[in-house]
Design a protein around this ligand. Structure first.
Ligand code: HSE
Length: 298
């Protein structure tokens, strides 16, 4: 009647896949405890580690939980405890972890009436409370693990993508907040055809690289000619950190989700450690505190 779950952080976009590509990170995430209650509906009973609303309708976990129980004629409800480790506005899927965790936990306690990929739709409803729009590129990898691609939103079609065994992700998280809604407001509503061609060429190349274990193809496809140029001014020292990562052997680097976190993908643990060290060094002189995380991709 009670479940304790780990809700992993995620990297959305991965440069070439704005709003469609995502990646699950190992070892960094929130904890949630969900229990059945005799009272109907959803009650958020406790939140630690962040100043977030306890009102169910204003809380991403609450809204996602309401979405999953909406169509089920249940005689009981659920209580949710959230223990945040991922900071809000960090660019590694803080709100998604809560939304995905809520629907995953409830589904488990109900005996799995829904398949994992069906949970993405419910989690997305919660995610929308935080970002102002429904996007699944964080909740999908959070629920399914590894790399995921949202092939379509209407209807929602999410695919889990295979990846080579030696890939590592490094994430540098500067301790400043960038609201997803603000980072979306700087984007242009229209893009030139020549940029769209580059972007979808890279997205195809990236997916092909993952399936064929072609690390060079993965690296040269990790480009973003549309979103990064519009957003990078929101992140102090972005260019320096990215260039340092590339000079030290990263396959590619860019903004994690809506920022301010900066990610790099690397082949092998040794290079990933070197890249993490160099990224940290290049951030020291900003005067902004940060943390850095290294994750093997499964
Ligand atoms: N794809 C979204 C964005 C992710 O970049 O706005 C934000 O969490």
């Amino acid at each position: 009647n009670e479940i304790k779950i780990f809700c992993p952080a995620t990297i959305a976009n991965l440069n070439c896949g704005f709003d469609v590509l995502g990646l699950c990170l190992e070892g960094i995430g929130d904890e949630m405890i969900i229990r059945k209650s005799t009272e109907k509906g959803i009650k958020i009973t406790k939140i630690t580690g962040a100043d977030l609303p306890l009102e169910t309708e204003k809380n991403v976990a609450g809204v996602a939980a309401l979405a999953i129980i909406h169509d089920l004629d249940l005689e009981h409800g659920f209580e949710i405890e959230i223990h945040k480790k991922i900071k809000a506005g960090s660019g590694i899927g803080s709100s998604s972890a809560s939304a995905a965790g809520a629907v995953f936990g409830i589904n488990e306690l109900l005996g799995k009436p829904f398949a994992k990929h069906e949970l993405v739709d419910f989690a997305m409803k919660g995610e929308a409370v935080a970002s102002g729009c429904e996007h699944a590129d964080n909740v999908a990898p959070c629920l399914l693990g590894g790399f995921t691609l949202v092939r379509g939103y209407n209807p929602l079609d999410v695919i889990r993508i295979e990846s080579p065994s030696e890939l590592y992700a490094v994430v540098l998280h500067p301790h400043i907040e960038v609201k997803t809604s603000d980072a979306r407001a700087v984007l242009l509503p229209m893009i030139p055809m020549k940029d769209a061609i580059k972007q979808w060429g890279n997205l195809g190349g990236f997916i092909a690289g993952l399936y064929t274990n072609d690390y060079n193809l993965i690296g040269c496809s990790l480009n973003d000619v549309i979103v990064e140029p519009a957003r990078k001014h929101l992140i102090p020292n972005f260019d320096e950190v990215k260039n340092t990562a590339l000079q030290n052997g990263a396959l590619g680097s860019g903004i994690s989700g809506a920022g301010p976190s900066i990610f790099a993908l690397c082949k092998g643990q040794e290079i990933a450690e070197k890249v993490a060290f160099s990224m940290s060094e290049s951030y020291q002189n900003t005067g902004i505190t940060f943390d850095i995380h290294l994750s093997k991709i499964n």
